[in-house]
Design a protein around this ligand. Structure first.
Ligand SMILES: CC(C)(COP(=O)(O)OP(=O)(O)OC[C@H]1O[C@@H](n2cnc3c(N)ncnc32)[C@H](O)[C@@H]1OP(=O)(O)O)[C@@H](O)C(=O)NCCC(=O)NCCS
Length: 162
């Protein structure tokens, strides 16, 4: 797997990756119907396409030449020193092979001005919490509205950069 910038021709494959990974991760927490509702909105081709051109952001994929195994989208907040990791998803077939760590490292290198990397994590998503803790993230509070507009509570984790 190598990491590269996402492009418009990847969007169908990225959407498929997100839908499959979301169902595998969140059906047991939110129920399949709610997951379908969220992925239809957040991971529509139009929503993903808008991210390709968002200023101060990075949209990357992990690709082995045949298949996209993971994706990450991160963007600077209004405070340019804080970067929010909006999405980090590795397909279930490819998890625990270092791809998540690789994508995270590339994001860190992409925002040299940033001092803090922040992520919101569903508190029932124990594997993701274990992953972020293993990468040096620490608890920094919580939010009642994960992702903005979802109404879902989440834990906030942060890692200092630089
Ligand atoms: C969480 C996720 C991004 C991690 O990516 P990954 O490629 O599977 O993780 P890596 O192989 O890079 O793991 C690096 C280290 O993190 C820790 N880690 C990762 N997954 C873990 C798990 N399920 N349980 C415990 N520790 C874990 C381990 O220390 C691991 O190192 P090791 O495999 O040498 O022990 C990925 O599993 C995923 O996409 N999960 C489903 C979606 C999700 O929850 N995304 C995050 C939303 S906020």
């Amino acid at each position: 797997m190598f990491v590269r910038t996402a492009s418009e021709r990847d969007l169908v494959a990225i959407r498929a990756l997100l839908v499959e990974t979301w169902h595998a991760t969140y059906d047991a927490i939110y129920g399949a119907a709610k997951v379908t509702e969220i992925t239809d909105e957040w991971h529509s081709i139009a929503s993903l396409k808008a991210r390709l051109t968002r200023p101060n952001s990075e949209f990357l994929v992990a690709d082995d030449g045949k298949r996209i195994g993971g994706m990450v989208f991160a963007a600077a907040t209004t405070d340019q020193k804080i970067v929010l990791l909006n999405q980090l998803y590795v397909h279930p077939d490819y998890q625990r092979r270092g791809i998540g760590r690789m994508l995270l490292e590339e994001i860190e290198a992409s925002f040299p001005e940033a001092r803090t990397l922040r992520v919101e994590v569903e508190e029932a998503n124990a594997p993701a919490i274990a992953f972020y803790r293993a990468q040096g993230f620490l608890t920094a509070g919580n939010t009642a509205d994960c992702g903005g507009g979802s109404g879902l509570p989440a834990l906030i984790f942060e890692r200092p950069l630089g």
